[in-house]
Design a protein around this ligand. Structure first.
Ligand code: NAD
Ligand code: ZN
Length: 375
């Protein structure tokens, strides 16, 4: 599979970059995949670009509920009836659901056609659209079916973020915070200092902003600052993935916050009060940094500012200690466990990663107590 050849561009001039990326492939036919929301909100950002003239549109439902085999089948059918050959190209225009599902559909159609990712959520920009994991949900399990295969090119344009709501911005920012924690003190500090709501403020007057900005270089200060942070964040993921594309070792660093975070996410879903992935990750980071402080020597002077940032921006989920066993049970089902043992990624310091850490049930419950009382 095509791992580690992916080109990630932090956009300065979307039209020029997209034109070059499409010309580099030189497809016989061009298809654009959106979900219903990105068709309405993101397609207008690019639809007048000459490089997309004549593109055939494929649209699936929005959100993870549409990340199904039925949607994959719809994409395959549309490619087939649209006359796609192995020399055709699929442009995925959407969040992580669209880039994951479109990447899978492209990777399997006629044994693989090429695809470009144009991520439109912050989460997809810094996480889902890079790193080569594609797939869809199956049999009640998330991302159960999929392949590793990278896009030809990924173009990260902050233009798309102007229509994204603040909760989805914060959700993506949690993954950026994770990248800060597993990289350098400098990057971590920049992330804590950045006014994340700046990103949301930048979209005031979104409709006019998009119309007047179509395909033009970004120019506002907050876009530039954000683009710098994005570039750094995505470089952290790329560096780790390039060392371990198939997740046998160091790629597990990207799992920081996710062992407990996924359990929070599943519990919230089971209670009928779903939370965005990044919120669950932020709360998971908090618990896992507590464990890192207790068990791996993570410095308290770095724990507390991170705790403060998460408290201020993400609040917390109501938790009852009678739910601990349920959460623990959910952690034992984590995909990354080996031989039934819960595998944590902990930190001895910022960037000092300790993978495959076993943590006792008592310590996990203590971290949950800390979360419940301290946040
Ligand atoms: N492949 C990976 O390594 C990886 C990593 C992390 C997450 N993921 C996957 O990514 C998905 C989550 O990503 P997501 O949070 O981007 O979810 P998503 O794609 O479902 O997007 C969230 C919502 O925002 C809407 N949206 C997208 N762009 C928008 C825009 N610019 N303006 C307004 N609304 C917009 C979407 O239509 C959707 O309703 C999950 O399926 C997850 O499994 C994959
Ligand atoms: Zn995540």
């Amino acid at each position: 599979m095509n791992v580690n050849t992916q080109k990630v561009i932090i956009s300065k001039d979307l039209q020029a970059e997209l034109t070059a990326a499409i010309e580099a492939v030189g497809p016989d036919r061009l298809f654009v995949l959106t979900d219903t929301t990105t068709l309405a909100l993101c397609w207008p950002v690019v639809d007048k670009m000459a490089c997309l003239a004549g593109a055939q549109m494929i649209t699936i439902g929005a959100s993870d509920e549409a990340k199904t085999l039925d949607s994959v089948s719809h994409v395959w059918s549309q490619l087939q009836s649209g006359g796609a050959t192995r020399h055709s190209l699929l442009v995925n225009l959407g969040g992580g659901m669209v880039t994951d599902l479109g990447g899978f559909a492209a990777s399997t159609f006629k044994r693989g056609i090429r695809f470009i990712n144009l991520p439109t959520t912050l989460l997809a920009m810094v996480d889902a659209s890079v790193g080569g994991k594609t797939g869809f949900n199956f049999g009640g399990l998330k991302n159960e079916i999929g392949v590793f295969n990278e896009a030809e090119t990924v173009i990260l344009s902050t233009l798309f973020l102007r229509t994204l709501d603040s909760h989805n911005i914060l959700s993506g920012y949690a993954e950026m915070l994770k990248h800060g924690l597993i990289s350098t003190p400098q990057h971590w500090k920049e992330l804590l200092a950045f006014d994340v709501f700046d990103i949301c403020h930048g979209k005031t007057g979104a409709a006019e902003g998009l119309d007047s900005n179509e395909g033009q270089p970004t120019d506002s200060k907050h876009d530039e600052a954000l683009a710098r942070l994005l570039a750094e964040s995505v470089a952290v993921k790329e560096r780790i993935v390039s060392e371990d594309p198939h997740e046998h070792g160091i790629r597990k660093a990207l799992n920081l916050g996710h062992t407990i975070g996924h359990a929070f996410e599943s519990l919230a879903l089971a209670k009928g009060q779903p939370v965005l992935h990044g919120y669950a990750v932020a709360w998971g980071l908090l618990c896992e940094l507590y464990l890192s402080t207790k068990l791996a020597g993570f410095p308290r002077e770095r724990f507390y500012p991170t705790l403060q940032f998460i408290k201020e921006n993400y609040g917390s989920m109501a938790l009852d200690c009678r739910e601990y066993d349920n959460l623990y049970e959910l952690m034992t089902h984590d995909k990354k466990n080996v031989a039934g043992r819960i595998n944590f990624t902990l930190l001895a310091d910022i960037g000092e990663i300790r993978i495959n850490q076993q943590v006792s049930k008592d310590d996990i419950f203590e971290a949950l107590d800390f979360y419940r009382e301290g946040v």
